[in-house]
Design a protein around this ligand. Structure first.
Ligand code: TGC
Ligand code: FAD
Length: 387
């Protein structure tokens, strides 16, 4: 029986029937709705907002949260498969879903009051309320404890001042989860875009994640009622807990990007005739394709085991760091290699590798840079904090 080139170890056989159905549904959506438009959207620097209603109606927003809040109540492996299939289309679409689900809906669910959950989550699941997550600041994202944005209590309100940088969905968002330093350490606030003193400014000239909105946020004496403070998050572990959820999904996403690049490079070199034979008949090319398949297989096994650990309630942040580092590095290397195999044709968005390679330059930086994740593992091994 012929093996599936993008699933050489038949990882699919380890999935439940429900997980396979979800993967197939999202794969169809990617093939039919994302892939036909994404090259142009990327070239135009446009987030394809028209896809949001269908993404929402498929239950892909906050998919792991309970049905009580209008969500699909899926397990973590299903969320991972959603990320994988969406990122096979484009990292920007997966980013939209990651931010909405893991960085905005998750903190409201995990740290919010029941009133906050009922107020925001059903609308967010429907895609009617879009969120963004403001942690990174202009002076250095790797060290979020050095936060300059402040929230000062004033009567029943909080007054927030400061700025955030590189915020996905910033100009699309109706609400922002804003992390600010208070007298009791870092706390999270649900800031609504209509609150006086809030401004979002889109960041242009990006060469990466062009089909995604990235913004700077500014807070000028915004008055936020105490009812909009997340009551159950104090200290850096509040935002880091959200990052663990998002980083988990990001371990899966780049597998999809790498699969798309392997598929495109393989098809191309089977029909490209050079020196009287298909490019694919050269050992040097086959070695590259084989290496891609090997690295994709290892990444698939890492993410699946991580997902099973997460569903069993046993996943540790260091394990997420290892998979985020490995899988994004794997995909970035594969996208660059696939681009090379396509020769000159590889530099246009007619083919996917350059778009994926450029996108993965962001993915390797956001949600903790590669170095940050390496240092997390180093600290786990040695017990010495080298940050
Ligand atoms: P440390 O002071 O040791 O820890 C503080 C508290 O947090 C706990 N903790 C975690 N909890 C959950 N998940 C994690 N990953 C956690 N890591 C630490 C820790 O146990 C402690 O709890 P407690 O009870 O003792 O207070 O902080 P640290 O030394 O671990 O942090 C250092 C470092 C560098 C790892 C951290 O600052 C870091 O991760 N920096 C990178 C920042 C980052 O990733 N920013 C991402 C911004 S959001 C984004 O990029 C979105 S892109 C989305 C998209 O478009 O898809
Ligand atoms: P810096 O922290 O300044 O790091 C610069 C370099 O120094 C990196 O190579 C880093 O690895 C290295 N470095 C840092 N510390 C050390 C050390 N101790 N030892 C050795 N090397 C070190 N943030 C949000 O809050 N919300 C979002 O929605 C969001 N979306 C994003 C979307 C995009 C497209 C991008 C590019 C970024 C996004 N970010 C977001 C920000 C992202 O999380 C940060 O870019 C990231 O955390 C790195 O921060 P920085 O860019 O300030 O780099």
């Amino acid at each position: 029986m012929a093996l599936n080139p993008t699933d050489l170890y038949d990882i699919r056989s380890l999935l439940s029937e429900e997980e396979r159905m979800i993967q197939d549904a999202v794969a169809r959506f990617t093939d039919e709705k994302i892939i036909p438009i994404i090259g142009d959207a990327f070239s135009e620097g446009r987030f394809p907002k028209e896809l949001v209603p269908e993404i929402a109606s498929m239950g892909l927003l906050g998919s792991s949260l309970p049905e009580k809040y209008g969500c699909a109540g899926l397990n973590s492996v299903s969320y991972g498969l959603i990320c994988q299939e969406l990122e096979r289309g484009d990292s920007g679409i997966r980013s939209f879903v990651s931010v909405q689900s893991s960085l905005c809906m998750y903190p409201i669910f995990a740290y919010g009051s029941e009133e906050q959950r009922m107020k925001y989550l059903p609308g967010m699941a429907k895609g009617e309320i879009i969120g963004c997550f403001g942690l990174t600041e202009p002076h250095g994202g790797s060290d979020p404890l050095n936060m300059k944005t402040t929230a000062k209590k004033d009567g029943d309100d909080w007054v927030i001042n400061g700025a955030k940088m590189w915020i996905t969905n910033g100009n699309l968002a109706h609400i922002a989860i804003v992390w600010a330093m208070t007298d009791e350490g870092i706390q999270g606030f649900i800031v609504e875009k209509d609150m006086k003193g809030f401004a979002a400014q889109e960041i242009h000239k990006k060469m990466s994640l062009r089909a995604s909105v990235t913004s700077a946020l500014f807070f000028d004496n915004i008055r936020v009622p105490d009812a909009n403070r997340l009551p159950n998050a104090k200290g850096l572990k509040g935002p880091l807990g959200c990052l663990t959820q998002a980083r988990y999904g990001i371990t899966w996403g780049p597998i999809g990007a790498a699969q798309a690049c392997l598929t495109e490079a393989t098809e191309y070199c089977k029909t490209r005739i050079l020196f009287g034979r298909p490019l694919a008949a050269n050992q040097a090319i086959q070695l590259k394709l084989a290496d891609m398949a090997r690295r994709i297989t290892l990444a698939q096994l890492l993410s699946l085991q991580l997902g099973r650990l997460k569903d069993a309630g046993n996943m540790q942040p260091t394990q997420v760091s290892l998979a985020k580092w490995n899988n994004v590095r794997m995909a970035l290397d594969i996208a660059r290699e696939a681009r090379d195999i396509l020769g000159g044709a590889g530099i246009t968005t007619e083919y996917c590798p350059i778009r994926h390679a450029l996108n993965l330059e962001s993915v390797i930086t956001y949600e903790g840079t590669e170095t940050v994740h390496q240092l997390v593992i180093g600290r786990e091994l040695t017990g010495i904090n080298a940050f």
